[in-house]
Design a protein around this ligand. Structure first.
Ligand code: SF4
Length: 62
């Protein structure tokens, strides 16, 4: 499984990389960059928490 960020939807609230800094980091505009190619059972839980807390619904688990 992987987490994907829709860059057209992301507006840089930063909740994803605040909640899950092992999975996401900000780019120079504060928008989301996904750091990992594949989610582990442990990181999948954190990725789902970040996705649920993204105000723009920009994150999806595939
Ligand atoms: S929480 Fe959502 S809108 Fe904010 S930086 Fe992360 S993906 Fe983008």
């Amino acid at each position: 499984m992987k987490v994907v960020c829709d860059q057209d939807a992301c507006t840089g609230h930063g909740r994803c990389y605040t909640l899950a800094p092992d999975i996401f980091e900000p780019d120079d505009r504060g928008h989301c960059v996904v750091l990992v190619d594949e989610l582990t059972p442990e990181t999948e839980n954190d990725a789902r928490t970040a996705a649920a807390n993204c105000p723009e619904h920009a994150l999806s688990i595939e």
